[in-house]
Design a protein around this ligand. Sequence first.
Ligand code: ATP
Length: 294
Amino acid sequence: MIQLYIPLNFLGVLYREIKQSLTDLDKMFTLMEREREVADKPGAQPLTGQEHPAVRFEHVTFGYEPARVILHDLSFEVPAGKTVAVVGPSGSGKSTLARLLFRFYDVQQGRITIAGQDIREVTQASVRRSIGIVPQDTVLFNDTIEYNIAYGRAGASRAEVEAAARAARIHDFIESTPRGYQTMVGERGLKLSGGEKQRVAIARTLLKDPPILIFDEATSALDSANERAIQAELRSAAQNKTALVIAHRLSTVVDAHEILVMDGGRIIERGTHLQLLARGGRYAAMWALQQKES
Ligand code: ATP
């Protein structure tokens, strides 16, 4: 029996490893698919001075297809260590800003700079190393919770993974699962709620500790306790970082250095929360509506 068990067990491990590599490969191909859109310039050097970088969009015009312009002559700055929030209706171009900053695509006109350098002039790898994204819907691998968090930084120790999980306030939840950090998650493991997945993504990003943060708030409704918790975690994750927050709930943006209100690929209003309320325009109307709803 033991003779049979060993090869079967081995096959099981092999199967799991192949499956895992396939999941990773899948993800890699998706990324490569996008990477074909942009390429490093010959001789491109890594980004420099990105410890406390400002991010600037200067007269950016962009469309996924030449015939359809999505962003029209957009300019704004996220000063070093500050948070700028973007709000606006679905399809107004908010996530496109994040994709351009991560350089999934190149702009057609204008430029995007990090620490004063045009992101087309430096290596993609260095741009992506300096940015952490907390996406709307986090991809979890069919592996342990530990692996899924450690994915933020290759070679992270267990203690570092735990520290990140504590900061993202998901440690207690992990400890309550059947096998703690060794609990399998993903399609064939423990299913996590939208809020829990976003916390895993925040923990990953904290572990990566990039100077620039992009947070794409989940559109799916979280219960209000969960929502408040995520917002608190986000605030701590964004401390001292240059952060671009794509927000669906205005309560997330109240403290932002500047709020950009987008519509149809244009910034139609901008200012702090109080300035925009005083203006009595679109933002003030959105705020009044959300207050009524909650
Ligand atoms: P939401 O709040 O729903 O996430 P959004 O403001 O983030 O919306 P974007 O995702 O930036 O909007 O999309 C802006 C426009 O670009 C939309 O009209 C969308 O259809 C279009 N678009 C987005 N991705 C692509 C793509 N890969 N190819 C072509 N068009 C796209």
